[in-house]
Write a protein that binds this ligand. Sequence first.
Ligand code: PRX
Length: 647
Amino acid sequence: MENSGLNKTEEGDRIFFWPSEEIKQKACVNSSEVYDQAEKDPVAFWEDLASKGIAWFSKWEKAYEEKIPDFKWFIGAETNAAYNCLDRHLNDKGDKTALIWIPEIKEEEAKKYSYRQLYEEVNKAANVLKSLGVKKGDVVTIYLPMIPEIIISVLACARIGAVHSVVFSAYSAEALNTRLKDGGSEVMITSDGYYRKGKIEDLKKKANEGIQDTNVKKVLVVKRTGNETEITEKDLWWHEQLEKADNECEAVKMKSEDLLFLLYTSGTTGKPKGVMHDTGGYITQAYWTSKWDFDLHEDDVMWCTSDLGWVTGHSYVCYGPLLNGITTVLFEGLIDWPNPERPWEIIEEHKISVFYTAPTALRLMMSHGKEIPEKFGLESLRVLGSVGECIDQKTWLWYLNSVGKGKCPLIDTWWQTETGGTMINSLPGVGPFIPAWAGNSFPGTRHTIIDEEGNEVIKTGEQGYLVQKSPFAPGLLRGVWKNPERFKKTYWRNDKYYFSGDGAYRDDGGRFRIIGRLDDVLKVAGHRMSTGEMENVIDKHAAVNEAAVIGKPDELRGEVPVAFVITKGEIDDKERLEKELQDMIVKGIGPIAKLKGFYFVESLPKTRSGKIMRRILKSLIKGEEVGDISTLQNPESVEKLKEIIKG
Ligand code: PRX
């Protein structure tokens, strides 16, 4: 390629891109030897990384212990996540910009926080939380938009050993309520509102509804938009409290295995689960995956576009970059508002060097015209990343060429809320970067593919379930909050493998290609959703007998949810029912879960034991052959469904 920092080879129908000598020379990792070294003794390897990357108050007695479903890292060691993100940078980087906040409204100026300023804000917030009675181990729910206070709140919790549970601000009051009840928080942090496409969203209204019948006693409210909103006797203004607070607060010594945060995610059942992440293992992995995946150097400015309500925001907007002492970017707005030039303007203006986003955002950017990024000076970019869903070759190549000008390593990172940090991807100084292929397991982690019987699939190209092998990665979840049974059942079908729920296959270099979820979890515009959760909402409607939600392929959003609904008797006004169901979904989960199609049907294909055969619904919606239906209880339903789908 001309002007390329990448070399190119071809293997069969795949294109391999490789880092140039120049990239390799500057890279943190530039040889595949690191994989071999890690593989020899992964525990010793992580011990070494943990010693080098993290400041510990006391050392571990034992590095690793496992009795599935439990496993522990750095046993007995003490540290603090906020201390590692802030305090230890103060001496040599106190004045360096830690955080650049970019408001949605263009007229508003970006705000920068140096490491020292961020440290002081976090200390003040930590003191405020303490004054509200928050202690080590208490769960604090953070229901905030993408404003600096979300990072300050997260780190303030970490500082005093409180467990943060961030709830995505676009989730509905009901979704917040479920998470508050499960987490048991007595303190919540929210804001009056935030901007969405230039308009004010009244977040406080949802927060007020969401805390009904929960344990919440105090709510700290950040004034973001200044809109009129109902203030209750539980509320305290964030700025008033912080103004009075001392800017020094000792970082609590946390055992490595103490809980750092909960993050609710969708599983195959209707109820979201609180994924539990520990302190020492998580930050070790956040530090090193950030450093090696994105090849972080002292002067890097990293923009990860994920909301902090998702794990990507936790690990690669907040913890990873700050642990590494670089500059992280927090953007309040939507990626293409008010115009499709927005992301490229931001990259140009703030000299972003690492850009990490999702295929759905990339497809949106690409849909506005391939040439838009080409109008901008994007030469600050050095490493590109993708996450959240499978990236197709067309989008991958556009990203590489139009955004990265063909010279930036493009890493496709596979991981999950549960894994805490990236797990499978190429490294910028090692490569290869292959469109639609994630790559190898991160050094020190082991993944494989198993079949239905749990046997390892050795043959290349053969699909199966993607699993992780012992020793389990330091950042992997330690449990499901208040539900050890669910933890065991979902992830540990035996004591050999962590079960990811994804399908994948390998090439003969041991690289993985991810196929996507093999269970009933959807990825809509990169957001993880459970069909069960949506069905629960729909089933509540008085006119509905039964419903099945499945994902339908969508060019922009990857997949979108559609519902098959069996009603109780005839319905007169389908449009009205659709609207009512849609409203229930928005109220029950949030606008991200909006349904993109309703099919009113008389029956759904079921097995003899009464289970809905979603596989058949999925094939029908894609217009594919449905295969063998002889084992169905009601094979005649399939023909009828075909007609209804055809319309
Ligand atoms: O199906 C996989 C998909 O996203 C799921 C995890 O979603 P979540 O917990 O919301 O975390 C998203 C961000 C880490 C996985 O089970 N997924 C994630 N990354 C990729 C992916 N699918 C294909 N390629 C990826 N790079």
